[in-house]
Design a protein. Structure first.
Length: 95
């Protein structure tokens, strides 16, 4: 997770058509492939919440990739907030 870029952690909330369409699996695959740490989970209100931690440039690319997720996923709104770095490395789904 280290590199020449500064490290960052971002908490993101995604609204739109993000549950029941494979969005969590999409985010999980990208997170692991990108070498980020963090997690993704469905929320009872129909949103999906995630924590992305790693090199600043990689986190930014991850957020942009989520915003442009493939059909049938549709992200209508994405809110981001600064977050604390997770204690554990790796990316996973939280129930």
């Amino acid at each position: 997770m280290s590199g020449e870029n500064p490290l960052t952690a971002v908490h993101a909330i995604f609204q739109g058509r993000v549950q029941g369409v494979g969005f969590r699996a999409f985010v999980l695959g990208l997170g692991r492939k990108s070498g980020l740490s963090g997690w993704v989970r469905n929320m009872p209100d129909g949103t999906v919440e995630a924590l992305f931690a790693g090199d600043d440039a990689v986190v930014s690319l991850m957020l942009e990739s989520c915003r442009r997720a493939p059909f049938p996923i549709r992200v209508d709104n994405m809110e981001t907030f600064p977050a604390q770095m997770p204690l554990a490395e790796g990316f996973h789904v939280v129930a």
